[in-house]
Design a protein. Structure first.
Length: 289
């Protein structure tokens, strides 16, 4: 008997140790993915207004901000459709890959003599500037919200309380570091006081860098899914489902207890048998917690 208890205790300790190890792996990859995501997002955010001003003009920023709300409406519907059809990690793949590739295309077009910033004539009729602004503005709400939806789906409430503050702190440091690096690059001059790179090349470099950071996110999430067993990839959704199932079971228990009491009262079944059945059902429901 003591040997059996000792064996069960050792098994529990192994399971707990294994769970803690995979929780650390999960935290590492989630933090790394969020750092890359915030790094790319920060660069895009820093470039958005400056590129729009260079192409369209400073006076049109308020109009662009207002039009963004109209542009976001159909995008929200598209996002809702994707949520219904794809899993959370697949949504991350789609969103980060889409905006990453789009950023590389934008970086290439920035060097175009007419479309890009080599053309110094600001005009509201330069469609590229508007499209670039709307795409960059849509980047943040979709990518960040998709990431947190995925993180919540694989992280328990206890894990979120323990780890999310660390993840956010790391991302803040990464965002500040990326912004500082971009600032240093844009002001990098040689010994004669001239910019080392042209204005176009620097903006292309930064935009490609932001895009590559975003494109690394699905690779990191893919590694996470491969390295952590599925039984450890559960979170708020799983907890919510358990609570939902328990609520249904408790409702069914109340109905069953009421029915057993009526049957026992009418002597259809023996009162002791009814009491035993109620006890068994109550224990089954309690195990769902």
């Amino acid at each position: 008997m003591n040997g059996l208890l000792s064996s069960e205790q050792n098994t529990d300790e192994v399971d707990l140790s294994e769970q803690q190890r995979y929780e650390r792996i999960k935290l590492f990859f989630l933090s790394l993915a969020f750092i890359f995501l915030i790094g790319g997002h920060t660069l895009i955010k820093e470039l958005k207004d400056s590129l729009f001003v260079a192409i369209v003009g400073k006076d049109y920023i308020p109009i662009a901000k207002q039009l963004t709300f109209l542009i976001m409406v159909p995008l929200v519907f598209i996002y809702a459709k994707l949520v219904d059809r794809l899993r959370r990690y697949q949504l991350i793949y789609v969103c980060t890959t889409f905006f990453g590739i789009l950023g590389i295309i934008f970086a290439y077009l920035l060097g175009h003599p007419e479309i890009g910033i080599e053309n110094t004539d600001q005009s509201p009729y330069r469609i590229f500037g508007w499209f670039l602004y709307f795409a960059f503005e849509a980047n943040s709400p979709f990518i960040v919200s998709v990431f947190w939806a995925f993180a919540n789906s694989i992280t328990s409430p206890e894990g979120a309380k323990r780890d999310y503050a660390l993840m956010i702190s790391g991302s803040k440091i990464a965002g500040a570091s990326v912004a500082l690096g971009a600032w240093a690059l844009l002001r990098w001059r040689d010994s004669f006081g001239n910019h080392v790179f042209s204005n176009v090349v620097m903006h292309q470099f930064l935009l490609v860098g932001a895009s590559l950071l975003l494109l690394c996110v699905p690779l990191i999430i893919s590694l996470l899914i491969r390295m952590v067993p599925g039984r450890f990839l559960h979170g708020y959704e799983a907890v919510y489902q358990v609570e939902k199932d328990k609520a249904k079971a408790e409702t069914a228990l109340k109905v069953a207890v009421s029915l057993l009491d009526k049957l026992a009262g009418k002597r259809v079944i023996h009162p002791n048998k009814a009491a035993n059945q109620k006890s068994k059902l109550t224990k089954l429901v309690n195990k769902l917690s």
